[in-house]
Design a protein around this ligand. Structure first.
Ligand code: ATP
Ligand code: MG
Ligand code: FE
Length: 337
């Protein structure tokens, strides 16, 4: 079965084709990052308009690359939420329109389930159950995953998401928006031991996180030391964030007794986090899995894949559809067999 995936929850338009036999056939992405950069953040109305402009050309690209005709698609998966209402509506209406025209069913996918299952697009594929660290621009959560739709929240951030803290700190250091990758690059030239930043909630005896204080600590340092210390501040910030993330992952593995860790979301692309977790995995004998690098941030492939996992829920539509700008991941259930 071939599933078309459409992602448009925020500032990336992603289209992809996933085949339940052959795997990922093609995916294409347009990031609006450059467009929003001058505003220092995502402007919802601009995001919606750009999704409209980009979606169909990306669809053509994906079909050509996969050598698949529109008529050969069996189902259309789209991000139903959570996200920006207007942006979600673009993907949902394109999915619904295509479905109506082609006589194919649609599947509404939870964006975070897409992130969560994206490591299953890598080889080797992690088996269930596993602990998942979801570290993205909007979320920082640890979950126990027993199967598709079987998610138990173990802990989450009480304030900023990790990606948000990377972005805000990067902004302080003049690295633009979203600055996570740039901050990580600058940190490689810095001395992580020069400034000891706080490790928020490291000893909180639960699996929750806090990142707002880290950003404030970086701000204090910038004011005191000036931009000449930018690389060392970046390195100190990254070391603190990585240490807390890694420590909580270990604690989650211990608490659940599981031996597989899956990392998903944009911050999962961070090299320092990956090498720390790889080292811990080797030493403590657990297995760690990541999505392919290009599929850490938002993309259509993870939506097509999640759709393939939920084919049983594919429904023919009469052209009506809904989006869910707010949607609790814990409310999902396992797909009916
Ligand atoms: P959500 O999925 O929670 O709604 P989102 O879709 O905006 O949020 P993602 O696309 O998964 O989040 O990830 C984007 C975030 O990842 C940004 O905050 C970005 O700075 C961060 N990020 C990407 N690459 C890196 C990196 N190498 N190091 C640190 N952070 C990174
Ligand atoms: Mg994004
Ligand atoms: Fe995302």
């Amino acid at each position: 079965m071939r599933v078309l995936g459409i992602e448009s929850s925020c500032d990336e338009t992603g289209l992809a084709l996933y085949d339940t036999e052959a795997g990922l056939l093609a995916h294409a992405l347009h990031s609006q990052v450059a467009m929003h950069a001058e505003y220092g953040g995502v402007v919802p109305e601009l995001a919606s308009r750009d999704h409209i402009r980009r979606a169909l050309p990306l669809l053509k690209l994906v079909l050509t690359e996969a050598r698949v005709e529109l008529a050969d698609i069996d189902a259309i998966a789209y991000t139903q939420g959570p996200g920006l209402a207007g942006a979600l509506l673009v993907g949902a209406s394109i999915a619904s329109g295509l479905a109506l025209a082609l006589g194919k069913p649609t599947i509404g996918i939870h964006h975070l389930e897409g992130h969560l299952l994206s490591p299953l697009l890598s080889e080797p594929r992690p088996e269930f159950p596993f602990v998942a660290l979801l570290v993205s621009g909007g979320h920082t959560q640890l979950m126990r995953v027993d199967g598709v739709g079987r998610y138990e929240l173990l802990g989450e951030t009480v304030d900023d998401a990790a990606g948000e803290a990377f972005d805000k700190t990067a902004q302080l250091l003049g690295l633009g928006y979203p600055g996570g990758p740039a901050l990580s690059k600058l940190a490689e030239q810095g001395d992580a031991y020069r400034f000891k930043l706080p490790r928020p909630m490291l000893n909180s005896h639960n699996l929750d996180f806090s990142f707002a204080g880290l950003k404030t600590a970086a701000l204090t340092l910038v004011r005191k030391e000036g931009m000449a210390a930018a690389a060392d501040i970046a390195a100190g910030f990254q070391a603190a964030a990585v240490e807390v993330l890694a420590a909580k992952c270990l604690a989650a593995l211990k608490q659940t007794g599981l031996q597989r860790l899956v990392v998903a979301g944009g911050v999962g692309a961070n090299r320092s986090l990956r090498s720390r977790l790889d080292a811990e995995a080797e030493q403590k004998r657990f297995a760690v899995f990541y999505p392919p690098l290009a599929l850490c941030t938002d993309n259509g492939a993870m939506i097509a894949f999640a759709g393939a996992m939920r084919l049983a829920e594919a429904r023919s539509r009469d052209g009506r559809f809904t989006v869910k700008p707010r949607w609790d991941l814990g409310s999902l259930s396992a797909p009916r067999a």
